[in-house]
Design a protein around this ligand. Structure first.
Ligand SMILES: Nc1ncnc2c1ncn2[C@@H]1O[C@H](COP(=O)(O)OP(=O)(O)OP(=O)(O)O)[C@@H](O)[C@H]1O
Ligand SMILES: [Mg+2]
Length: 267
């Protein structure tokens, strides 16, 4: 396994406000990292430092072994997909043009190939082809969200950063998108960094879960370890509710293997 993203002694200050005191983390290629922590603990800040939207106050970040401080930002962002809650679609482009934005940049001559790619991604994220020529303001919030995810994926990124991407969709759509994303991750060697407020989503999707508190790492482990060996009171409190929802009597909670049979996690 090779390291794809590495933070070395990274700190981030906004004025006098130290949001990230000292952050060290190495992420292996192909991991699906879910990030969870209380509001304002620095999750979005961490994400935005990876694609250079924010610069660390101190320390270095390496992407594929290269220090991003010295990298061309446009080139960096081309290899990193970014999907956030709400719509960041180009308002003057229709669905097809939004999804194919990066493939068209890279693949100018082969229009047919680009069209095929748009169809493929619309199918994968569950968008009806009849929406192809609609503009973002003619779509529902959930449809816009799917277009955003399709656009991020259509660029075939090595790394996909997702900041609460399923926040604005209903429970059924959310479950579908979770399954689709899990499948995409299984089929490719993409590395995913996924911020969520939902502990169940974090445990279900992540191959590793990063628990953050006040800009620091409480634990970075597999979902199973987070559940069975919480590293701190903070993590323990966070998973307690989840553990209790798995329908085992209290005196048997320690036996819970979270195999999927009892609580639906880790299937
Ligand atoms: N551009 C900015 N200027 C000043 N302060 C900022 C800026 N961006 C974030 N902050 C502050 O840094 C802290 C961390 O913010 P961040 O957005 O990273 O948190 P978060 O964990 O993503 O929160 P949430 O779960 O609410 O999205 C917060 O206290 C926030 O107010
Ligand atoms: Mg955030």
């Amino acid at each position: 396994m090779s390291t794809v993203i590495e933070f070395k002694d990274v700190s981030k200050r906004y004025g006098d406000n130290i949001v990230i005191p000292n952050f060290n983390l190495a992420i292996e290629k192909g991991e699906f990292v879910t990030i969870i922590g209380s509001s304002g603990c620095g999750k979005t800040t961490i994400l935005k430092m990876i694609n250079g939207l924010y610069e660390p106050s101190e320390g270095e970040i390496f992407v594929n072994g290269e220090n991003i401080r010295y990298k061309d930002m446009i080139e960096l962002r081309r290899s990193i997909g970014y999907a956030i809650q709400g719509s960041i679609l180009f308002p003057h482009m229709n669905v097809s043009q939004n999804i194919s934005y990066v493939p068209r940049l890279l693949n100018k001559k082969n229009v047919e190939k680009t069209e095929q790619a748009v169809n493929k991604w619309m199918d994968i994220v569950g968008l009806d082809h009849s929406l192809r020529y609609r503009f973002p303001d003619e779509l529902s919030g959930g449809q816009q969200q799917r277009v955003g995810i399709a656009r991020a994926l259509a660029a075939s990124p090595d790394i996909l950063l997702m900041d609460e991407p399923f926040g604005a969709v209903d429970a059924i759509t959310r479950a579908q998108l979770q399954e689709e994303l899990k499948l995409i991750h299984k089929k490719t060697d993409i590395t995913i960094f996924f911020v969520t407020h939902d502990i169940e989503e974090a445990l279900k999707l992540g191959t590793k879960v990063l628990v953050m508190n006040h800009g620091e790492i409480e634990q970075y482990e597999t979902p199973k370890d987070i559940l069975n060996n919480p590293a701190s009171d903070f993590v323990m409190k966070m998973v307690e509710k989840q553990r209790r929802s798995c329908n085992l009597p209290d005196d048997r909670l320690d036996d819970c293997e979270f195999s999927g049979a009892s609580c639906g996690l880790l299937d």
